[in-house]
Design a protein around this ligand. Structure first.
Ligand code: ZN
Length: 304
């Protein structure tokens, strides 16, 4: 325990000296220039189509990533099955910043001989949740290692999940934008229930073909399935916890836990809500538009 506390205190002390003050400067300058600008930037949370988002005022996004060297320090939120890892990973390639998924950090530490690996193994083997302290510790170690290697910026995916984590993260580094990916519940449910794994090679597929017809002004939605190659097709299995009941419960817990996190960032003028209009080919260009980014290889990557 003493080791954790020391590490955490160390992180906090360093953060106070650098990032914290930077954060305060950023935040106070935003509110001084135009106290309402940030709040207006978020579309109403009741909006159900991405078009309302595109029509609204942008968040304090940096429209000039490529010209100035101000790093992107973003967080991706979104419920299980929304595909946030996919979008975070694509954006990190486009912006040439690392994509940091906290799930990967835990897996990497487990497979290493690092100082945390044996404690982590014990926690995971006992089926317990990895504590905020350990996650934030792994995350700050990762950020420090990146900084030492000359990396600038990051896209963090899957963190923070609770207000407490958001508060700790605020003390560790500056987050300038939080992208909250959303998908209509019916599509989300169908996608989760359509997940299949190849029992032989472990490949991930999705047999759900989502084709919701637009009606009464609400847009339709199409998401193509991700079908397996022929040699996997006969070996597909469904994860035992991908039942409708379990998926619904998982979503309920997610919403309950993360709604306060959304509010945390909304009140700081940092939350960008993005309603995914469909699969990657439909969503990727619109997400870039919402972020004021351009992908010159868009045609190839959207088709990939
Ligand atoms: Zn296979």
């Amino acid at each position: 325990m003493a080791v954790w506390n020391r590490l955490l205190l160390g992180v906090r002390a360093r953060a106070t000296n650098t990032s914290r003050s930077k954060f305060r400067a950023f935040y106070s300058s935003c509110s001084m220039v135009n106290p309402e600008a940030d709040l207006k930037a978020s579309p109403p949370s009741s909006s159900s189509s991405s078009s309302s988002l595109l029509g609204s005022k942008p968040l304090p996004l940096r429209q000039d990533h490529h010209h100035h060297h101000h790093p992107v320090q973003w967080v991706f939120l979104g419920c299980p099955g929304v595909g946030k890892g996919t979008y975070a990973s694509r954006l990190s390639k486009l912006l040439r910043v690392p994509h940091i998924a906290t799930g990967d950090l835990v897996r990497d530490e487990l497979s290493s001989s690092g100082p945390l690996s044996s404690q982590l193994a014990e926690i995971v083997n006992q089926g317990q949740l990895v504590s905020d302290e350990i996650i934030i510790n792994l995350l700050s170690k990762r950020l420090e290692a990146g900084e030492a290697k000359g990396e600038s910026g990051f896209i963090v995916d899957g963190f923070p999940r609770t207000i407490r984590q958001a508060e700790i993260l605020e003390g560790v580094t500056d987050i300038d934008l939080v992208v909250n990916l959303k998908l209509r519940e019916e599509a989300l449910l169908a996608k989760c229930l359509g997940r299949r794994i190849c029992s032989e090679c472990g490949g991930n597929y999705n047999v759900a073909c989502i084709d919701i017809k637009g009606e009464d002004g609400s847009p339709g939605m199409y998401m193509a399935p991700l079908l397996p190659p022929p040699h996997c097709a006969s070996k597909l299995i469904t994860r035992p916890d991908d039942t409708e009941e379990v998926v619904k419960e998982r979503l309920r817990i997610y919403y309950e836990m993360t709604q306060p996190v959304e509010e945390f960032y909304r009140s700081r003028g940092k939350l960008l809500e993005f309603d995914l209009p469909g699969g990657i080919p439909e969503s990727w260009p619109k997400l870039l538009q919402a972020l004021h980014l351009e992908d010159h290889d868009d045609k190839q990557s959207a088709a990939a």
